[in-house]
Design a protein around this ligand. Structure first.
Ligand SMILES: [Zn+2]
Length: 510
């Protein structure tokens, strides 16, 4: 009896020593409830107390005036390659935004072979944790290339078996990119069949829907149908009303999703807080059919097809309100194009903007930024309690590229600009949309909230100083104001300074 008592005292004594305690911060726990002043204690990679901590700590952090929040989870990220690269694996452009977990494999593109990907992440570490989705387009491409036709039964089985293999290795669902090649060539039923495999393992279905412009509504209905037929919860990626054809339609788009939710379906979305998007120039300016078999250049040169494509490019400029609304982010062949609009380049070189686009398409294409949205549509979606924050960015460091500022500023922009400064949304609501909500969407059971026993992914920031610095003119400036960022209990930002720690790991679904 006495031995048990002694053991009990010893255990209690051990529990009273934390590794890290944040004292007196305003704790915003990820539920959407307002913050409460208190302590947050961490031991190893876990949170061991939220509220009051009477014990000691190896490291004590003064939290007065600061907000402690769950580390942010970026549902829509494209770091499949860059999170593995030595130069960018610390993912500082995201940790400086308070992000502690990213989701790769989005828009139907990315890593297919999950086991070695995860193994590599675990061995080398990363600045953030990584969750992965099985990319439909990459899988289709691997099985039968960029052919514009349905798969044969055998090909479909092969594609499904690749999804299954990935799900068994710990992927969290299936993603599609239905504007891209070859995702665009898939009919709804093909995707349903693949999503059923995701559902069998409890995964989600995330989609860059088929059209975000004139056909936004039917594209949302297709995503919902795929969810309903496969059983998967549906995640509409980077929800937007793109181009003039869709401006003003966000209310109705949200009503379509809300009607599905009212029928009991799990349908959610994510969004980045900007009125510009970014992707390859081809996706903005030529139809997916022109890319079949990787023969875009031949078609641009073809005496019959070429003029038709040029007309299509001109029309795409008109829908986007002119070639001055398309900025070159990264064009390998002529880096001096980076940061300039197609209209700027055409003016400087006294050329037709269509010629400039054709030159770039023939020269291997470029990443571009397109000012194709309206602020009022962005705000309608931002206020919905089923819309999470996402970046659509990737692990980067400053180079000669001029990428979309979302890569560096998404989370502080939404919290700092839209919640703290503009009061468009409440601060706790903005934090939930970046933490608890994405965790719930994924089915993450031990992250996304500040709770006893949860993993210690935490951001501590000053709400008056936590801001994005990246603009469209100077897009690669790191965000400021994150004082501490802990990933699995280890600081990647300590007292405002970048550390060299790589505590991020692959997170496996089971
Ligand atoms: Zn996308």
């Amino acid at each position: 009896m006495r031995i048990l008592l002694l053991l009990g005292l010893l255990l209690q004594g051990a529990a009273d020593e934390a590794d890290v305690v944040i004292r007196g911060a305003t704790i915003v726990d990820g539920t959407g409830k307002d913050g409460v002043v208190g302590d947050l204690a961490i031991k190893g990679d876990k949170i061991i107390a939220v509220g009051a901590w009477k014990g000691t700590a190896k490291t004590s952090i003064e939290g007065k005036g600061l907000i402690a929040a769950p580390g942010f989870i970026d549902l829509h990220n494209h770091s499949d390659t860059s999170i593995q690269a030595e130069a960018t694996r610390d993912n500082y452009n995201f940790t400086s935004q308070g992000c502690t977990t990213i989701v790769t494999g989005n828009c139907g593109g990315g890593v297919i072979d999950v086991a070695p990907y995860f193994k590599q992440l675990d061995e080398n570490g990363a600045g953030t944790n990584v969750i992965h989705l099985m990319p439909h387009g990459s899988i289709r491409n691997k099985v039968f290339g960029s052919q514009r036709r349905p798969p044969t039964d055998e090909e479909l089985e092969k594609m499904k078996s690749l999804v299954e293999k990935g799900m068994k290795a710990g992927a969290w669902g299936l993603s599609t990119g239905l504007i891209y090649v070859p995702g665009n060539y898939a009919k709804t039923d093909e995707i349903v069949e693949m999503a059923k495999v995701s559902h069998a393992f409890g995964g989600i279905y995330a989609s860059h829907i088929r059209n975000e412009a004139a056909h936004l509504f039917e594209s949302l209905r297709e995503a919902i149908e795929i969810g309903e037929k496969s059983g998967c919860p549906v995640q509409v990626s980077h929800l937007k009303c793109s181009t003039k054809e869709a401006w003003g339609n966000m209310g109705e788009a949200c009503a379509i999703i809300e009607a599905a939710r009212a029928r009991g379906l799990k349908v959610t979305a994510d969004q980045y807080p900007y009125t510009a998007s970014s992707t390859g120039l081809a996706a903005y300016t030529v139809p997916a059919s022109a890319m079949e078999g990787g023969k875009l250049i031949e078609r641009l040169d073809d005496p019959e097809e070429g003029p038709k494509l040029r007309k299509y490019i001109q029309e795409s400029f008109d829908r986007r309100d002119g070639p001055d609304k398309i900025l070159i982010a990264s064009y390998a062949k002529k880096k001096y194009f980076n940061g300039k609009s197609i209209a700027d380049i055409a003016r400087t070189e006294s050329r037709d903007p269509v010629d400039v686009a054709v030159e770039i398409l023939k020269g291997g294409g470029a990443q571009v930024v397109g000012f194709s949205m309206r602020e009022d549509d962005v705000l309608v979606a931002m206020k919905k309690d089923w819309v999470a924050t996402s970046s659509d960015g990737s692990a980067k460091h400053p180079t000669e590229e001029r990428p979309h500022p979302r890569n560096y500023g998404t989370y502080p922009r939404k919290i700092g600009l839209y919640a703290v400064e503009k009061h468009a949304i409440a601060l706790a609501f903005a934090i939930r949309s970046a933490s608890g909500l994405p965790a719930d969407i994924l089915g993450l059971k031990d992250r996304g909230y500040l709770r006893d026993g949860y993993k210690a992914d935490v951001v501590l920031f000053d709400p008056e100083k936590f801001r994005d610095q990246a603009t469209f003119d100077v897009p690669d400036k790191y965000s400021v104001g994150a004082r501490w960022v802990l990933v699995n209990g280890v600081a990647v930002i300590a007292d405002g300074k970048r550390t060299s720690a790589l505590p991020g790991r692959a997170l496996r679904h089971n």
